[in-house]
Design a protein around this ligand. Structure first.
Ligand SMILES: C[S@@+](CC[C@H](N)C(=O)[O-])C[C@H]1O[C@@H](n2cnc3c(N)ncnc32)[C@H](O)[C@@H]1O
Length: 215
């Protein structure tokens, strides 16, 4: 099942506000770019409990948060409301985005698009391409590299080539993780034009800035 919603619900129930640390180090740079390009409608794909919704809402964008976890979305909404901020919140699976083609000026997705089976993530890439306007921006940050070694980490179970789940502990239990190589992610995103990257952020995650070509 794509995204394993129950795994994320359990995670947010037991780890409230985990992802509410400061926003990603690229957020300010993205804001400058989006401001210059007059971005208005912005989708945070896999928004979690809202740190980037808050960041971009505070800066005046019309922000949409999308996530598979209702708990995360409610938490994000409460957090933004407490600061008098607003966003649109939609619960669903990234393999099927409920917007018409070209709806968004920009999409950001931080540490989301390695969660799922490879074919589901590929569907999510097609969906991001579809709902972006021509010339729209797509920023993503995700874990790449080989899967952890189950011999060294018994909580890891390999479920398919380059895919694993975590079977014990309290981290993202039973949520499928797909381990991209940089070459593979570039191949899967080849319908976009590559603006920046791939490069590693301070936490060693791979970041890319892409653009949907103007036809
Ligand atoms: C590691 S958290 C990152 C949250 C947020 N982007 C941030 O940086 O704080 C991954 C998020 O992706 C969401 N997610 C995972 N699979 C998903 C799917 N198939 N569709 C939509 N959201 C999904 C999870 O519910 C979770 O909130």
């Amino acid at each position: 099942m794509p995204g394993q919603p129950q795994g994320w619900e359990k995670y947010y129930r037991t780890h409230p506000n985990t992802y509410r640390s400061i926003s990603h180090e690229d957020a300010y740079r993205l804001h400058l770019l989006f401001q210059t390009d007059q971005v208005d409608r912005l989708l945070d794909l896999g928004c979690g409990d809202g740190r980037h919704l808050k960041y971009f809402s505070q800066r005046g964008y019309h922000v949409h948060g999308f996530d598979i976890s209702p708990i995360a979305l409610h938490s994000a909404e409460d957090w933004l409301l407490a600061d008098g901020l607003s966003a649109e919140y939609t619960c669903g699976d990234m393999t099927n985005l409920p917007w018409s083609p070209g709806f968004f000026d920009a999409i950001v997705s931080v540490q989301v698009l390695n969660h799922g089976y490879h074919q589901d993530i590929q569907s999510a890439f097609h969906e991001t391409f579809r709902v972006l306007k021509p010339g729209g921006w797509f920023y993503l940050c995700l874990q790449t590299g080989p899967p952890p070694d189950p011999a060294k980490n018994p909580s890891i179970q390999i479920i398919a080539p380059d895919s694993y789940i975590i079977v014990s502990g309290d981290e993202e239990i039973r949520v499928p993780h797909y381990c991209f190589s940089e070459a593979e992610i570039l191949q899967d995103l080849s319908q976009f034009s590559l603006e920046t990257g791939p490069y590693l952020d301070k936490r060693g995650k791979t970041c890319l800035l892409l653009r949907k070509p103007r036809v």
